[in-house]
Design a protein around this ligand. Sequence first.
Ligand code: SF4
Ligand code: SF4
Length: 188
Amino acid sequence: MEEKLLNLPETCCPVDELLKYVRGHKCLDCGKCVFGYEGAAQLEMTLNDITMKKSRSTDMDQLRKLCGLMKTQALCEDGVELADTALAVMEKYADEFAQHIAKRSCKAGVCKRFVTYHILADKCVGCGDCMDACEDDAIQGRAKFVHVIDQNECTQCGKCKEACEEDAIVIAGAIKPRCPPRPIPCRR
Ligand code: SF4
Ligand code: SF4
């Protein structure tokens, strides 16, 4: 059992940490038994879906059933250990898993698909560099106006944040900053 997975700091997302653990687990490189290899592959696929905002309401029940089968059917201790670890993480961090699935949010702000990008009105100088960097045409604005990100078009690539020399672009998790809904004249 990976004890450190049960003592995660708030800056870590348990779903993401478990996914990384599964991806590095020896069961995925073994293949000697169906329930070890296929179970690990199924775990990896479902956890990935949860972190990518593609989860289904039945995912947790299916993962628990899968781990139960792995525990009894895997041919060696590695498969059992993987199932035990996954079950323990899912139990301890049940709220965080539920938030990803039901509320489509990642409290730690780690899962990229759940975070949003915002432009702070008091920092933006309306230079337009972010608009030039955005390949998805997700930013509205004009010279000397506070620019605004269209959340329906944004793909969370982060290129605008890299381009902004004013540090006006921030990433938000569950709590979003207040930003103007459309471009307004810059205060700076
Ligand atoms: S967010 Fe940054 S890059 Fe975009 S217009 Fe404002 S200051 Fe310029
Ligand atoms: S994160 Fe990417 S897609 Fe979203 S507004 Fe910035 S550059 Fe455009």
